[in-house]
Ligand binder design. Structure first.
Ligand code: TRP
Length: 333
């Protein structure tokens, strides 16, 4: 029995944060035995909105690889590989661009949101507009059927499947499988400022490699209930980032329920709930940070993991490239 294939990736724009951890990383860690898993260090995709800073994209390759290994991605079971060193992905991207229209790319809800968030206006890098086709190439090149992503990425998987159906229809037989997004049940973790998305560029993230001081400062600065001025006042739990994070990380559900009730009634100060959350986050992050620091001492080892993974991925993606070209009936020498 061959295992179903998982492919997922992260743009290499900086270290991963606790939003990744509660999001798709949790699913990836869970699937290491049940699935054959590939993790893509997406440096070429990172360039689609970071062309002004290739050095950041380069540096972040090791950062993200360190995060993967530190949280428990096991290179003996999961393959970590580098997008820019897999030429079949670029070839397939070019082929796929002929099976999607510009209008469809512009209508993609993920792309629309991201264009707005980045303030591109009319000056959208062409590579950015087209990255859904490249992501379709990533997914299909590995013949992945499961793609762990955050809910915001679901439209990209939908668009991948549209491209797959077009190519299969043109080929006259199912050369590529369709894929399914694996979306975390717990919704996305908001930023510490209460904004919907935690992101490094937004300055509202807590990195998985954060120092104890940074964690403390982030929790202190966390958005709570602006109407909760005195300890005796009743406070709001909904939209209160401290409680949202406690919901995600606090394992003592009974005590958490009691704290919420007390906060709603009044008589529970922000300082107390923040202290509790800080404790939990310090305990969660400390071992990750320590493993990461130890691994960072041995970049040769990390490079070896990425090299070997990329080799394995190269064989896999080249085979798919050949299959697609053959299925489309292009001329072959
Ligand atoms: N778009 C993903 C992100 O923003 C990264 C990514 C690149 C990806 N290729 C992928 C995700 C393939 C899933 C599958 O982080």
């Amino acid at each position: 029995m061959t295992k179903p294939v998982i492919l997922t990736g992260d743009r290499t724009t900086g270290p991963l944060h606790i939003g990744h951890y509660t999001g798709s990383l949790a699913n990836r860690l869970r699937c290491q035995d049940s699935h054959e898993q590939f993790l893509l260090l997406a440096d070429t995709q990172a360039l689609t909105d970071n062309a002004h800073d290739p050095a950041k994209v380069r540096r972040s390759v090791i950062e993200v690889a360190l995060d993967y290994l530190a949280v428990g991605i096991d290179p003996a079971r999961s393959t970590i590989c580098l997008q820019s060193h897999l030429p079949a992905l670029a070839d397939l991207s070019m082929l796929y661009l002929n099976f999607v229209t510009v209008a469809r790319l512009e209508r993609n809800p993920t792309i629309k949101d991201e264009i707005r968030a980045r303030g591109f206006g009319r000056d959208i890098p062409a590579g950015f507009l087209c990255y859904p086709a490249a992501q379709a190439a990533d997914i299909t090149a590995f013949r992945a059927t499961v793609v762990p992503v955050g809910a915001d990425q679901a439209p990209l998987i939908e668009q991948t499947n549209e491209i797959v159906r077009r190519i299969n229809a043109t080929a006259g037989h199912p050369v590529l499988p369709e894929a399914q997004a694996l979306i975390p049940e717990a919704g996305r973790l908001p930023g510490i400022d209460g904004k919907a998305k935690m992101s490094k560029s937004g300055g509202n993230a807590i990195a998985l490699s954060a120092s104890p001081d940074t964690i403390r400062a982030a929790v202190r600065a966390m958005y709570t209930d602006p109407g909760h001025l005195r300890v005796e006042d009743p406070g709001r739990v909904e939209g209160n980032v401290v409680f949202t994070y406690l919901d995600a990380f606090d394992e003592d559900r009974a005590e958490l329920a009691e704290l919420k009730a007390q906060y709603r009634r009044g008589g529970l100060g922000d300082g107390r709930i923040k202290a509790r959350l800080e404790d939990i986050l310090q305990t969660l992050i400390a071992p990750i940070r320590e493993r990461r620091a130890a691994l960072a001492q041995d970049t040769d080892y990390v490079l070896k993991i990425i090299r070997e993974g990329t080799e394995r991925a190269r064989a896999r993606t080249e085979a798919t490239r050949r299959d697609v070209i053959e299925a489309l009936g292009l001329f072959r020498l």
